[in-house]
Design a protein. Structure first.
Length: 370
């Protein structure tokens, strides 16, 4: 039957409808993506910290990163970082040498001005703050630029226009899929038997649900890691080093170190440095750092055992009874790891109590972690 006859009889022209729906479903998301990419996106991140409570004052080390995540430059960006009732003892602002910026301390806040911030560029700020009262876990951050207001990275909100455009895109996709599904079911004999098609559609739906569950679990895991920056050894090590007088090491962790870190490996490194250090008091600072990590940092038993073993070596003062007590405590947490270290340490392996300790085989699974 001709198209003219179909039109006279009022029949719906399926090829045209499906073609139009398909075009809308493809073009609408592209429009959303293009419009969204043209918007400037000024964001900041600041990890949660654990303030150190001293006998006379409290100390905290805050870090803030300012980034342009859009595709157009942000002009006249101003960031104000404030810690109520706090005194800024030290500050460090780092950026690429080509990014002009200035910073001033005004009372309890740091003001950073950036004339121009291109896409994918960022500026980092670090503040050491003291106070006689309790300090917050994160500072107050106010960020804005010309025509744009900065948001916390995990809370970046879309504009109302983008929300409506995204709704339109989603609705267009749903209509397109509904039309295609109707055609498949209505004209099942063309593509195969209806039971087989329904079975295949059920299999596809189940696969999509499984993929959605996996993505949700992965998203929850990643969000947990982002929100709980205290689990990152780099920030904790920088904080503890700063409070215990190892300022150079603290700056190194914050400004230069981006490689994956583990507490036990850093404890071994500090122990090696302390054993050969000529600086007066450095050994005592390292001992205080390792003791603080063993008492307060979140880690597995194998890492804690390694730190206790390093402490025993640094605090060795000729008393075998005290040394034995410390080694036994570490051994109780991770027998296999400590026995391996005792066997490799020639100054300890020949002692009678060491031989007796390593002779007691205790089943234990080695683990990895911070």
């Amino acid at each position: 039957m001709s198209d003219e006859t179909d039109a006279k009889q009022g029949k719906f022209h399926w090829p045209s409808a499906l073609g139009s729906a398909l075009i809308v479903a493809i073009v609408a998301p592209l429009i959303v993506s293009w419009v969204q990419s043209r918007e400037p996106r000024l964001v900041f991140t600041t990890p949660q910290v654990l303030p150190f409570q001293g006998p006379t004052k409290n100390i905290a080390n805050y870090a803030v990163t300012i980034s342009n995540e859009g595709s157009s430059a942000v002009e006249s960006a101003v960031c104000v970082i404030r810690v109520p009732n706090g005194t800024i003892e030290q500050k460090a602002v780092t950026a690429d040498a080509s990014i002009a910026h200035s910073e001033t301390i005004e009372g309890d806040h740091l003001r950073i001005e950036i004339p121009n911030l291109n896409p994918s560029e960022h500026v980092q700020a670090s503040l050491l703050v003291s106070s006689s009262v309790n300090l917050p876990g994160v500072p107050e951050v106010s960020l804005r630029g010309k025509g744009v207001t900065g948001k916390l990275s995990v809370q970046n909100v879309e504009s109302p226009f983008m929300v409506w455009l995204r709704i339109f895109s989603t609705a267009s996709t749903v209509v397109s899929l509904a039309l295609w599904a109707f055609v498949f079911i209505r004209y099942a004999p063309i593509f195969g038997s209806l039971p087989n098609i329904k079975k295949r559609m059920n299999q596809i739906a189940e696969g999509e649900r499984e993929t959605e569950r996996e993505q949700k679990d992965l998203r929850a895991m990643v969000e947990g890691l982002i929100q709980d920056e205290t689990l990152n050894p780099r920030f904790n090590l920088a904080y503890f080093c700063r409070t215990l007088g190892l300022a150079t090491d603290a700056d190194d962790y914050l400004l230069n170190r981006s490689d994956p870190l583990s507490y036990w490996a850093e404890a071994d490194r500090f122990t090696s440095l302390a054993q050969t250090a000529s600086e007066t008091g450095y050994r005592d600072k390292v001992i205080a750092l390792l003791q603080t990590l063993a008492d307060h940092a979140v880690m597995n038993d194998h890492s804690r055992a390694t730190i206790l073993f390093d402490l025993a070596l640094l605090q060795r003062n000729g008393s075998d009874v005290e040394l034995k007590s410390r080694i036994e405590k570490a051994h109780s947490l991770s027998p296999v790891r400590i026995e391996t270290r005792l066997a490799l340490d020639q100054s300890l392996s020949g002692m009678a109590w060491v031989k007796e300790l390593t002779a007691k085989k205790q089943p234990n699974l080695e683990g990895t972690g911070s």
